[in-house]
Write a protein that binds this ligand. Structure first.
Ligand code: FAD
Length: 465
């Protein structure tokens, strides 16, 4: 297959641009001067000199990237999961945030909420354990510690941060963020202010990865209109259909409404929107609720370049943290909580704040005795745990010529279609691929060599002639 390069710099309202490239099959391959066959895509994109990749889908302490609302699930399930049990067991974490689920700010706010619930019932001198040193656990522990309570954070990993994971690999010119790294100038204002106060740098990003989603990008009108059509159709149904069922049922898949951008098929644009949506929600269209799954998706137009994990280290400053300490069981009564630890020990405390990811709860990796109330178990079962993976590629020099920061490849059969060009942001020749949903789980299973070949093919449309 040959790739002809058609680029469209689409006005994005914010003054930033979304570069859309298409892999075309409608033009015959052009013979090279030596009449040898056209180079294959992987020959035109150099091998990256460094690769760093996430593996959240199989990570035993995450079991996915972020929670989402599956068909039949509602925001009420998040509230149900957040409810304290018997005044002894408290819950926080992004999955318990009704309005900011799947975000760092939502996780932080849930931690503050759980700490306030503990403070309502706690007595002087009591001992409190927080399970998990991610954004939610760090915020809960910080609030309780500042009020003078004896707090211990039990963290399964050998590091703090959870789904915030800053790496500083040797020979990389910048820190690598394998988990959360993009924030919204408006939605994440309090978080951005805190990062600024800590001296953790953030940069603007042409953050239209969710092109086509209501309110997030005016560029891909085909995707936006198809999603709106599907939503309207679904709202008139008796039961909540998956997004793919609603797209099919409403006729949006067959004839995506709206004017196609020149040279890009409606189907390609719709698929690009769905791939971007999966990168934000963690869910493929067949997994996502149409009634609730599309609501209030965060716009992300800044990226953290100064080391996101510094935020968590700051929150936990002075707090006792026990790393490499997985909690396997939580036994609770009217008077105390006993924690069974992976180290073989047990620990008795007065209250516990549980912040382990939904994916961990879904796997029953923490056994509750007695079982959690039915409403908690219903919520854990109804909510979905999505997958997002990131692939950071370092090149010796750029093989691309565009300054656009966000790339969305339309019409490619590659699994990774959304890319961030960090050269436009930091000046370093680094590309970051973002993939969500079922495609993320496929990418997660590739070996490093397979992944490198796949991304070289995917990126071929960006290779300079
Ligand atoms: C690839 C990716 C990209 C993302 N992008 C963004 C983004 O751009 N912007 C944004 O706002 N959000 C983003 N998110 C979501 C964001 O990272 C999360 O919503 C947030 O960090 C979750 O915080 P948390 O405290 O709820 O959970 P976590 O950070 O997962 O913390 C839970 C902690 O519990 C620990 N734990 C698990 N099991 C046990 C156990 N048995 N015993 C003890 N400890 C245990 C874990 O190791 C972890 O440290 C992204 C997530 C991923 C994975």
């Amino acid at each position: 297959m040959s790739f002809s390069r058609r680029s469209f710099l689409l006005g994005a309202g914010s003054g930033l641009s979304l570069l859309v490239l298409t892999a075309c099959t409608d033009e015959p391959p052009r013979p090279t001067k030596s009449s040898t066959p056209s180079p294959t895509p992987s020959q035109t994109v150099p091998r990256p000199s460094g690769i760093e990749r996430s593996g959240w889908s199989s990570d035993p302490f995450a079991r996915g990237a972020q929670s989402f609302l599956a068909p039949g699930a509602t925001p009420q399930h998040r509230d149900d999961l957040a409810k304290p049990v018997g005044g002894r067991v408290f819950f926080a974490g992004e999955a318990t945030s009704a309005d900011l689920a799947g975000t760092v700010l939502g996780a932080q706010q849930s931690g503050a909420r759980a700490a306030a619930e503990v403070l309502d019932v706690v007595r002087t001198g009591e001992k409190i354990a927080v399970i998990g040193a991610g954004a939610a656990g760090a915020e809960a522990a910080r609030a309780l510690f500042r009020r003078g309570f004896d707090v211990v954070v039990l963290e399964a990993r050998d590091r703090v941060g959870g789904r915030i994971d800053t790496r500083t690999p040797k020979s990389w010119p910048l820190g690598v963020e394998l988990g959360a790294w993009r924030l919204g100038k408006v939605t994440d204002e309090p978080l951005l202010a805190r990062l600024a106060s800590l001296g953790i740098a953030t940069n603007p990003l042409a953050g239209l990865l969710a092109a086509g989603i209501d309110g997030h990008a005016a560029d891909n009108t085909v995707g936006a209109q198809a999603l709106a059509t599907a939503r309207t159709w679904a709202e008139a149904r008796l039961v909540d259909p998956s997004l793919s069922a609603a797209l099919d049922g409403s006729g949006a898949t067959a004839g995506a409404a709206g004017a196609a951008v020149e040279g890009l098929s409606d189907t390609g644009l719709l698929n690009a929107s769905l791939a971007s949506l999966a990168g934000v929600t963690g869910a493929s269209a067949s997994e996502l609720s149409t009634w609730y799954g599309l609501a209030d998706l965060p716009a992300r137009d800044r990226m953290v370049t100064g080391g996101f994990s510094g935020l968590i280290r700051d929150s936990l400053d002075g707090v006792r943290v026990s790393l490499s300490t997985a909690v396997l069981g939580v036994s609770y009564s009217a008077s105390a909580v006993s924690l069974k630890l992976g180290t073989g020990e047990s620990l008795t405390v007065d209250r516990v704040v549980v912040t382990v990811p939904l994916g961990v709860l879904k796997k029953n990796a923490v056994a509750f005795d007695p079982l959690l109330p039915f409403s908690h178990r219903t919520a854990i079962s109804a909510l979905g745990m999505g997958s997002v993976e990131t692939v950071w590629l370092r090149f010796d020099k750029p093989f691309w010529s565009t300054d656009a920061a966000v790339w969305s490849i339309v019409g490619s059969d590659s699994d990774i279609t959304d890319w961030v060009n960090l050269q436009a942001v930091t000046g370093e020749p680094v590309l970051v691929g973002i993939v969500g949903g079922k495609a993320a789980r496929r990418v997660g299973k590739l070996s490093d060599d397979e992944l490198v070949e796949a991304v070289r093919t995917a990126l071929a449309p960006f290779a300079q002639a």
